[in-house]
Design a protein around this ligand. Structure first.
Ligand code: ASP
Length: 586
């Protein structure tokens, strides 16, 4: 061994011991005749000191050390004159007798400290250096701990971790597949799995009634904020279960993670909210329930006052923002511009101030008398001092925009503290979603989700309105406005699965070509089953109090899906192309 202690380990009790440490030189500085070196490894930093009267060659070596040199240091643990209470090793230092330079380093392109001076791009290019930094090391340590807890919990409940293949068949439904050419099968391609969905269901058919896997998934999506083309799921499936059983099992898992990793107690049982209530009251299927400011429908109060914009809309909704009646004209104008940005997409915004003195002021004073505004404020559950923000338009779209505005106001008012945790289940999702553009239904979760048994009558109807009413036993685990996981009770019957593809406008031939294997498997005694998957990167990020998943992945891609460290994706040479029967049209 090159060391007998780590750089985070020595304390006052070790004073007098002769020790050998190894690590990276974070910094070295001269003070008087003495040289101080901060030696770092992933456990911490220990201060080394070379006295002015030390052996000349030792002084010379100490002086020659540059940042990120790897050294082995031998010396005696001594009590520090001036202690550093901020460092766990801050009571001691090592009085050096010997330094072995194990490897030199060129000057790193940015400082490897908690706060680095390097921009994002340069840190991504030298990710292995960025990973030496404390914040990233604690993020990955947290991830490791979480994975360990997940495995422990699921193992204790009888789940088996089973790997499923990465080279599978392309069946895009939702995101695009990444494809891999097959050299041995000219002109044919594998796809990388968007999730192990069909395989875990086949494992249920095979009798492995409690399966899990911490598994990589691949989706070729445009990378909107905080997505990665490859990401990790805690993927789970159970046989002979109903929705209640799945929710209890995984509520238990999340409760254990909160307790064991963060020492946080979450509500028992967790709140549950129907998808319809989430949309109506929060304008989102992933509501942040840490604060109120719920959406209120005011359509009937808004109609009939001669304000054409409201009269023309089938939905008018509002939120009451507490204590913001003092907003200036400039602030309300700025907010109006904010909701009109394409990311939110509102046509405009009406505001009503219920001022502290009880009077009303609004951007629609011409059309609404104070009593009318009072009635609206009452409907919104507002109080004097509140600012009421109103949007109108098509119902679900407007609710969605109000939901985005609600989150923004929550942020502005500091109501979304990272370490306040308010998880819940969103349940009773519609099974299907109609796309006007494509003139067809899409599965809201995925095509393997079963309709609620009591809604089956509508599922077999040919009327669009009936199909729109069908709900699924589908559920999402939501935390602080983020969907952390989701799943459903599945179809386990071949006829029903075929009907599902028919409803989705997938022809029998296409369904057989793409999904014949699973329809067939269901003919061989498939048990009732259901499951879910959690987005592991995101669970880790939220547990770490962060919104971005990038720090919780050792080697992430950038927004263009590139790994700038290894410079990928990249071209392959002609010979490789030929071997794979590929030619480029570029
Ligand atoms: N495979 C699903 C997904 O990736 C999760 C599930 O239904 O279990 O969203």
């Amino acid at each position: 061994m090159y060391r007998d202690y780590t750089c985070g380990e020595l304390r006052i009790a070790n004073v007098g011991q002769k020790v050998t440490l190894a690590g990276w030189v974070q910094r070295s500085r001269k003070l008087g005749g003495m040289t101080f070196i901060d030696l770092r490894d992933r456990y911490g930093i220990t201060q080394l000191v070379v006295e002015a009267d030390a052996d000349a060659s030792l002084v010379e070596t100490a002086t020659s050390l540059g940042r990120e040199f790897v050294i082995q240091a031998v010396g005696e643990v001594v009590e520090r004159q001036s202690k550093n209470p901020k460092m766990p090793t801050g009571d001691i230092e090592i009085k050096l007798e010997k330094i072995n330079v194990l490897n030199k380093s060129v000057t790193p392109p940015f400082t490897i400290e908690d706060e680095s001076d390097g921009g994002e791009d340069i840190r991504a290019k030298f990710r292995y250096l960025d990973l030496r930094r404390n914040p990233l090391q604690s993020a990955l340590a947290l991830r490791h701990r979480m994975a360990h807890e997940v495995r422990n919990y699921l193992d204790s409940k009888g789940f088996m971790e089973i790997e499923t293949p990465y080279l599978i068949k392309s069946t895009p439904e939702g995101a695009r597949d990444f494809v891999v050419p097959s050299r041995m099968n000219p002109g044919q391609f594998y796809a990388l799995p968007q999730s192990p969905q069909t395989f875990k269901q086949l494992l249920m058919v095979a009798g492995y009634d409690r399966y899990f896997q911490i598994v990589r998934c691949f989706r070729d999506e445009d990378l909107r904020a905080d997505r990665q083309p490859e990401f990790t799921q805690i993927d789970c499936e159970m046989s002979f279960v109903e929705q209640e059983d799945v929710l209890n099992m995984f509520e238990g898992m999340m409760r254990t993670l909160f307790k064991n990793v963060l020492d946080v107690e979450i509500k028992d049982p967790l709140p549950r909210m129907s998808w319809y209530d989430a949309m109506d009251n929060y304008g989102s299927d992933k509501p942040d329930i840490r604060f109120g400011m719920e959406l209120k429908e005011i359509t009937s109060l808004a109609h009939g006052h001669g304000f054409g914009v409201f009269d023309a809309c089938d939905y008018v909704g509002a939120i009451a923002v507490p204590g913001c009646a003092g907003y200036t004209r400039k602030q309300t104008d700025e907010l109006t511009e904010w909701v009109k940005r394409p990311q939110v997409g509102a046509g405009g915004m009406v505001w009503i101030k219920w001022q502290e003195d009880g009077s009303f002021k609004s951007s629609v004073d011409k059309f609404f008398a104070p009593e009318d505004l009072q009635a609206i404020a009452g409907q919104c559950g507002a109080a004097a001092g509140d600012l009421i923000l109103v949007l109108c338009g098509e119902k679900r779209k407007t609710q969605n925009r109000l939901g985005v505005l609600r989150i923004e106001m929550g942020n502005r008012l500091g109501l979304r503290k990272p370490f306040d945790f308010a998880p819940l289940w969103v349940v009773d999702f519609p099974l299907l979603e109609w796309s006007e553009e494509d003139g067809r239904f899409y599965a809201m979760h995925h095509p393997f989700t079963a309709p609620k048994p009591e809604h089956e009558k509508w599922f077999y109807s040919d009327k669009k309105e009936d199909l729109e009413r069908v709900c699924a036993n589908a559920y999402d685990f939501v935390l602080n406005g983020t969907e952390l996981g989701g799943g459903s009770i599945r179809i386990h019957n071949a006829d029903m699965q075929e009907r599902m593809f028919e409803v989705l406008g997938i022809s029998k031939e296409e369904a057989d070509y793409k999904f014949g294997f699973i329809i067939n498997a269901f003919k061989f005694g498939a048990p009732p089953h259901g499951g879910l998957a959690f987005g592991f990167d995101r669970v880790c990020a939220l547990f770490g109090g962060q919104e971005t998943i990038r720090d919780y992945i050792a080697f992430p891609k950038n927004n263009q899906g590139r790994d700038v460290m290894i410079d990928s994706p990249s071209q392959i040479d002609e010979a490789q192309m030929k071997e794979l029967f590929l030619s480029s049209t570029l």
